[in-house]
Design a protein around this ligand. Structure first.
Ligand code: NAD
Length: 412
């Protein structure tokens, strides 16, 4: 058996601790989650029988503020993966300088196999079981893979039954329930903001630069749409069922409509159907993994043709693949920077909820752009000054800030 995703993330973390020359006690304090909860979630299914699911909430580090992180519904979700994603949240919130720590939650379930009512009951029971750990000043969940604004509305309602109306307990809610304008598109918009800036820095002629995107869910769809609006050509897109390719460019709105009707992107008449592996190896200028983790590995890293990769998904590139790509001169902009748009606008949503006030969508989008590009420029400047990769620079900034917070708090 190979090493776990958490071990993999810690390879990036440990290298940052070495570069920052932090003492071993701090290393251990920052590497391990501060608190973990595993819960049993019994659900009465529509046909009357009881099914028991496993749920998790890992609070990785709270030195810089309340814990923050999404909830994932996925058949392969497990504790090690949740730990890895929680630790990435710690470094991400620190890197983009939000007053949060890092957390993540999950239920091992294929949400596509449950009815709407079963999902409602599952989410409520999960919320009741982790209710003592979360709260507007403690830990604030949000959507991730397999969950959405509806899931957050159910969580808010279940939490509110015990604590009174508390919209700030979750972010990514429907706008009608106190969600922020612009939250749904935020992660994809942040990806598009960074790509436009990186293209300018690399003096790329944006018009017609070929982009390939793996994943056409919340992040992949919005990234594709906003990047295409910016003048890039989206030539390949995939979902779990496979991908589609058209060297002349895909019409993103038509593709989204095709997915809405058929449930996937394959079979889209304006393009050739390809596999996910073929998609990753397409001849293109920019590759954006926006689906799941561990998709660029030692098995395919040598064959990736894109000179620039933007990690919109969490941990799509393994450490070994990362080394191979770096040696080949491929620039990888890391997940903790590229997909931070979601947590940035989640932060805006939380502050709006606490103040009982709503920002306009333009304000949200403008502030998002400012915040994510500030982090991008800090990462770029550090990479250049220290002679390290963008990932190394991003981890050095994030880990350094959390180390400073635990020191200032005088924990030990
Ligand atoms: P989603 O559930 O809306 O969409 C996931 C997409 O990935 C779908 O198109 C699905 O078909 C595809 N997919 C699933 N399994 C796949 C596989 N084995 N191969 C290829 N494609 C596959 O999820 P999302 O919210 O868009 O999240 C995507 C990624 O972005 C995840 O890694 C998530 O952690 C990360 N992320 C999401 C947010 C957010 O705000 N939603 C924020 C930061 C990071």
């Amino acid at each position: 058996m190979g090493i776990s995703v958490f071990d993999e993330v810690n390879i990036f973390f440990d290298a940052a601790v070495d570069r920052l020359r932090l003492p071993d006690g701090i290393r251990e304090m920052l590497r391990l989650p501060w608190r973990e909860l595993q819960v049993q979630i019994p659900v009465r299914m529509d046909d009357g029988h009881i099914k028991v699911f496993q749920g998790f909430r890992v609070q990785h580090n709270g030195a810089r503020g309340p814990y923050k992180g999404g909830i994932r519904y996925h058949p392969k979700a497990g504790l090690e993966e949740v730990r890895a994603l929680a630790s990435l949240m710690t470094w991400k919130t620190a890197l983009v300088d939000l007053p949060y720590g890092g957390a993540k939650g999950a239920i091992t379930v294929d949400p596509g196999q449950l009815s709407f009512n079963e999902l409602n009951r599952l989410t409520r029971r999960y919320t009741q079981n982790i209710e003592h750990l979360i709260g507007p000043n403690r830990d604030i969940p949000a959507p991730d893979l397999g969950t959405n604004a509806q899931t957050m509305a159910w969580m808010m309602d279940a939490y509110g039954q015990a604590h009174g109306h508390s919209p700030a307990v979750v972010t990514g809610k429907p706008v009608e329930m106190g969600g922020s304008l612009g939250r749904q598109a935020a992660t994809g918009r942040g990806v598009a903001n960074i790509l436009a800036e990186a293209a300018q820095d690399s003096r790329l002629d944006i018009q017609g630069e070929r982009v390939v995107i793996q994943g056409f869910g919340n992040v992949g769809y919005w990234a594709a749409k906003l990047i295409a609006d910016g003048g890039f050509l989206i030539i390949g897109v995939s979902g779990v069922d496979g991908g589609v390719y058209n060297p002349k460019g895909l019409d993103i709105d038509n593709l989204a409509e095709h997915q809405r009707v058929t449930g996937g992107v394959t079979g889209f008449t304006e393009a050739k159907t390809i596999t996910n592996q073929e998609l990753l190896l397409l001849e293109c200028d920019i590759l954006i993994p926006a689906a799941i983790d561990n998709v660029i590995t030692e098995n395919n890293a040598s064959f990736i043709k894109a000179p620039l990769i933007l990690e919109a998904a969490n941990h799509p590139v393994t450490p070994v693949a990362d080394r191979i790509l770096t040696e080949r001169g491929v620039t990888v902009l890391p997940d903790i920077l590229v997909n931070a748009g979601g947590v940035i606008v989640s932060y805006f949503e939380w502050t709006q909820n606490l103040q009982q006030f709503r920002w306009t969508e333009n304000t949200v989008n403008d502030e998002l752009k400012k915040k994510i590009l500030q982090a991008y420029h800090e990462v770029r400047a550090r990479a250049l000054s220290d002679g390290v990769t963008h990932r190394e620079a991003a981890f050095d900034i994030g880990v350094g800030r959390v180390a400073q917070a635990v020191t200032l708090r005088g924990f030990v």
